[in-house]
Write a protein of this length. Structure first.
Length: 444
């Protein structure tokens, strides 16, 4: 076999594989013999059919399979041995005719187009990147504490209707709809004048109100009256609501029992310690967000400073090929998203350059740690902050069993490792911001 490469330019190359009959005939013959030992052909005992008959029936298919194996192996080995940094994957050259294995095949010539990624050198010591620290306010601590404890709260009866009351009773309209087990929440009444009619009322009071003004959403009206959404669309006029029960959600008192439920048994012993621990948890969450923003800023900075050329025509061909079955991936979509895709490949090239220059590698432990951190973040979104490591580990392992999820975790671990390394090398421009303005920084 002869393999040669022609560099079309700095970003494009063509690899030509000249495969002779001697390269594949022995492998094909062995594959046919192996197949003959397993195949069942009518008129012959299992595995006893003549090799000549098997060759006649499936020889072409086996030949095609073995030749394609040889092509794939030779191409991959050439790319690896020559340390070629590719954009995408090799594509059959334009104009390359498929091999017709139904005809007599001897020597085979096959050409592949390659898109080459340019080599870049990054001196991180000369790069400045802003690093934003989020200031933690008392309001942030109170909000987070309430979020963590609210799932242990309860609905309690109150004497008067307030802005956030759950009101039960009967609702009716003379000649219209009625419901003796109606439930309404004053917090979602849209019209302030209608809400004021309920404020301060007690059990036994009758409130006359315009249901359509209070709840212009037909779904809410259908729920209150126990009717269909279509019937709710025709509701109009004044209704009477006779109050039978008033409740409001009450946050739990900050007791030792609540501290233990939220943070784990014995973690804190007082309200002051609880708030201090909540602030610590917020700080940990903010650090994750701060580092994520830093990674965003690092990528943005390095890509802007290294707008290297890429094999754009090849990239468009490759993206079209890999999205062949995606009907939503139209030429218009490709053109619209292509500038962003170019920068994504630039970042990939930059990240790889940093990794190679500094010997950065990841292992299975890094991937597992990243998956566990992703799991921990998911649980934290639901206020679950004291998940045992064993449970996080089991959940992370279940994520990694899915091929798509695993690929995301691997890429995330690679990105996180490179960003963490870069953070120790670049010049950090320290800045502070508040929680409200922090999210806006991703928009810049």
């Amino acid at each position: 076999m002869n393999i040669s490469r022609e560099n079309v330019d700095a970003l494009n190359a063509v690899i030509t594989l000249n495969i002779e009959q001697a390269d594949y005939e022995a492998k094909v013959a062995e594959a046919i013999k192996s197949y003959a030992k397993k195949v069942n052909i009518p008129g012959f005992r299992p595995g006893k059919a003549p090799v000549s008959l098997v060759k006649k029936q499936v020889g072409k298919a086996i030949l095609a399979e073995e030749v394609n194996k040889i092509i794939d192996e030779a191409l991959n080995n050439y790319i690896k041995d020559n340390n070629l940094n590719l954009v995408g994957q090799p594509l059959p050259s334009e104009g390359q005719e498929p091999i017709d294995f139904d005809k007599e095949v001897t020597n085979i010539t096959y050409k592949f187009d390659l898109g080459l990624a340019p080599k870049v050198e990054i001196d991180l010591s000369k790069v400045e990147v802003p690093y934003y620290t989020i200031e933690i306010s008392d309001e942030d601590v109170d909000m987070q504490a309430k979020s963590l404890t609210s799932r242990f709260g309860s609905q309690e009866n109150v004497e008067k209707v307030g802005d956030k009351s759950m009101v039960k009773g009967s609702v009716k309209q003379e000649g219209g709809f009625s419901n003796d087990s109606a439930v309404m929440s004053t917090s979602v009444i849209k019209d302030e004048a209608e809400k004021a009619k309920f404020t301060g009322k007690k059990v036994g009071d009758v409130v006359k109100f315009d249901l359509k003004k209070a709840y212009p959403n037909d779904v809410e009206i259908s729920y209150m009256l126990g009717i269909s959404k279509e019937e709710a669309a025709n509701v109009a006029g004044e209704y009477e609501f006779t109050i039978t029960e008033i409740t409001e959600f009450k946050d739990p008192e900050l007791t030792q029992e609540i501290f233990d439920k939220v943070l784990g048994e014995g973690q804190v012993k007082s309200a002051e310690e609880f708030k201090a621990k909540v602030k610590e948890l917020i700080s940990e969450q903010f650090e994750v967000q701060q580092n994520y923003l830093f990674g965003h800023m690092l990528r943005k900075t390095l890509v802007a400073q290294n707008q290297m050329e890429l094999p754009e025509a090849f990239m468009k061909r490759w993206l079209t090929a890999v999205n062949h079955d995606n009907k939503a991936f139209t030429p218009d979509v490709l053109e619209k998203e292509f500038p962003q895709l170019l920068d994504e490949y630039r970042w990939t090239d930059i990240r790889q350059s940093i990794s190679e220059a500094n010997g950065i590698k990841i292992n299975e432990k890094d991937v597992m740690n990243y998956a566990m951190q992703a799991a921990k973040s998911q649980f934290a979104q639901y206020g679950m902050t004291n998940i045992p490591d064993e449970y996080l580990s089991n959940y992370a392992q279940s994520l990694l069993k899915d091929a798509e999820q695993r690929e995301q975790m691997v890429m995330g671990a690679i990105n996180e490792t490179v960003v963490a390394f870069a953070k120790t090398k670049v010049k950090l421009v320290q800045k502070t911001t508040n929680r409200k303005d922090f999210g806006k920084l991703f928009e810049d």
